[in-house]
Design a binder for this molecule. Structure first.
Ligand SMILES: *Cc1c(COP(=O)(O)O)cnc(C)c1O
Length: 394
């Protein structure tokens, strides 16, 4: 259980997504790995119990169900070992706790997912880990922020809400030159469209709640690491008692099998809607890494294999009443946290509250869109009607 769960034979991602982590004839030929519910695992002999020499020893430490999803995610991420967590936030906290210690200094992207910031400013600070937030567009200049005690750089690319794309290979180079680790929150692109370990990451975090589950019906997280970190991940995450629920793991496996076809639709519909929004007079700018207007579009083109359906817009200045009229009247776009399900979302946000190393001064209200699997023409019609309500409200 402590070793690698990565499959060695190279296959194309669409094939891996369908086949990795599955062994039908270990389950009487059934295509899907069943849900193993269990805490107690029985041993046949005293010797065996004393040596814990079985493949499974206790529910929290792993089941055939958790192993199936861990192997599938590890394979797609290109890492050596994955450990599942009950949510993306738990995966972030577990990774940070597992790979830092009192006295460490860490560098964290200023545009990181806001609850990650809270972990750094609260839990980690209390335990003696100091955080410096960095401008995500620094690239190789991040070397100037490294100190003798800097042990980890924590990135998220593109950034939460504002979608700055980072030069991950350059940042990984700076981290490794100083003997530090590079961790990345890889949720936006999913391991299908960004290969963290190819670009120098040591630790990759996935909010499985988003595209892996893919149907807005479960919470799940995953931490994937390179081979040298595998033992530590298993020891620390296992020690913390981190494990995902059986039903959630099954929903993660079920969602995983269709990741490629879903993401392709999210990607292309997202780009089409983003391009359409860019032409609207009500919109000051669209922030989508796959659009040529994005400040780091070239980095996205260089390092990413695709885009997800999540991006933001900055509206021209308007009243809160007008914004509310636009958002509340949508028939297809729901207003709520999270994303990655089959359905479209539109969520207002204020990123200024969670920036300290960079300034975020948008021209007007900001809205994050998740483009779901609906027909794009229907989505545009819903957005169009929203702009009419915005204009009518003034
Ligand atoms: C949603 C999200 C998380 C947290 O995932 P949960 O499953 O909601 O806890 C972490 N990172 C990013 C980038 C996210 O979007």
């Amino acid at each position: 259980m402590t070793g690698s769960n990565k499959r060695e034979t190279p296959r194309r991602p669409a094939t891996d997504i369908v086949h990795s982590g599955r062994d039908p004839f270990a389950h009487h030929g059934f295509v899907n790995t069943p849900v193993y519910r269990g805490s107690t695992v029985l041993f046949r002999t005293l010797d065996s119990f004393e040596r814990r020499d079985q493949r499974y020893v206790y529910g929290r430490r792993g089941t055939p169900t958790s192993e199936a999803l861990e192997a599938a995610i590890a394979q797609l991420e290109g890492g050596a070992r994955t450990w599942l967590a009950p949510s993306g936030a738990a995966a972030v906290a577990t990774a940070l706790l597992s790979f830092t210690k009192a006295g460490d200094h860490i560098l964290v992207a200023d545009t990181v997912y806001q609850p990650t910031r809270k972990i750094c400013d609260g839990l980690l600070r209390r335990f003696g880990v100091e955080t410096t937030y960095y401008d995500p567009t620094l690239g190789a200049d991040i070397a100037g922020l490294m100190r003798p005690g800097t042990t980890l750089i924590y990135t998220e690319s593109p950034g939460s809400q504002t979608f700055e794309v980072q030069d991950i290979p350059a940042i990984a180079g700076a981290a490794h030159a100083a003997g530090a680790l590079l961790a990345i929150d890889n949720t936006w692109a999913s391991p299908l469209y960004f290969k963290p370990f190819v670009h120098g990451a040591d630790i990759s975090i996935q909010a499985g709640t988003k595209y892996i589950v893919g149907h807005a019906d479960a919470m799940l997280g995953a931490i994937t690491v390179s081979e040298p970190l595998a033992g530590r991940l298993v020891a620390e995450a296992g020690g913390l008692g981190i494990c995902a629920g059986t039903e959630e793991m099954f929903l993660g496996l079920r969602g995983f099998r269709t990741l490629e076809v879903r993401l392709e639709r999210h990607w292309h519909s997202g780009v089409e809607v983003a391009g359409w929004l860019e032409e609207r007079p009500e919109v000051a700018r669209v922030i989508h890494p796959a659009l040529p207007s994005h400040p780091q579009h070239e980095l996205w083109k260089r390092d990413f294999l695709g885009a997800s359906g999540l991006f933001s817009i900055v509206l021209k200045p308007c009243s809160k009443t007008a914004l509310a009229a636009m958002l509340e009247g949508y028939e297809l776009f729901g207003m709520g946290a999270s994303w990655g399900g089959y359905e479209s979302l539109a969520l207002p946000f204020d990123a200024a509250k969670s920036r300290s190393a960079t300034a975020w001064q948008p021209e007007g209200p900001t809205v994050r869109f998740h483009i779901g699997l609906e027909d794009v023409a229907d989505l545009k019609a819903d957005l169009e009607a929203g702009f009419a309500r915005l204009a009518a409200t003034g």
